[in-house]
Design a protein around this ligand. Sequence first.
Ligand SMILES: [Zn+2]
Ligand SMILES: [Zn+2]
Length: 274
Amino acid sequence: MPRATGADAGFRRSDRSQSPTPRTGRGRRARGVLGRLTHLLLPPACSGCGCALPAEIEYLCPGCRTRLRPPAHPRCFRCHAPRGTGLPAERPCPECEDWPPILEGARAACVMAPPAGSLVHALKYGGWRELAPTMAEGMVRALGPIDLPADAIVAPVPTTRARLRARGFNQAEELSRAVAHSLDRVHLNPLRREGESGTQVALHRHERRANVERAFRPAERSGSKVAGRYIVLVDDVLTTGATACAAAATLGAMGAAKVTLLTFARALPDEDGG
Ligand SMILES: [Zn+2]
Ligand SMILES: [Zn+2]
């Protein structure tokens, strides 16, 4: 199992290096040596734009922090998709109108515009797990002052065993642990994910939905823990919502009361496909 990195792990300056290296066995060792070397020679860089960071700032420069934009108003009350000014408020939102009722809403810290993609990429492929608490700060803010029961559960969208083996960790779980810590709620892994055919990236909305529809099943002995609970389902990016719909439907079948999706970034409505 990957080491849990929560908000309590804090930021360790010695972990920062100019270029993130995957945290696989050899990568980790190389990163340790290289990290110490580059740290001596080069100042730490912003994970958003690559600029040199002053000593007192960690991971993200002030410019990149302000460039992370929440979904613009007016937006859908349910999924927070920006609706554009020309769309009548009474018209159903094309983003979420076919979501299952159990998935009552979606919130995201920012839209998928620079530098959000760099952060997502650094966490997911660069292995910069230390970024998760910083990203989770914005996610908790995006959740807003909702009435979250004390027994609510924070749960990640799981990844497949193959991807877990290849990457060493699930980026959604890194985020969900940090979110659970910040919200002071229980963290649980109630779902398992079966292998899917091929990558999701190149698929259209209906193909993606068919691909993930049967991807999730309950984790062993998690049904009783989920029954009747409010679930904050965490993922790194919301694109079409197909993955979240399938995961939420499985949680619903397990007896969950309702599910809110919480992601770091969301694709803009006209950017289907990521
Ligand atoms: Zn920056
Ligand atoms: Zn919507």
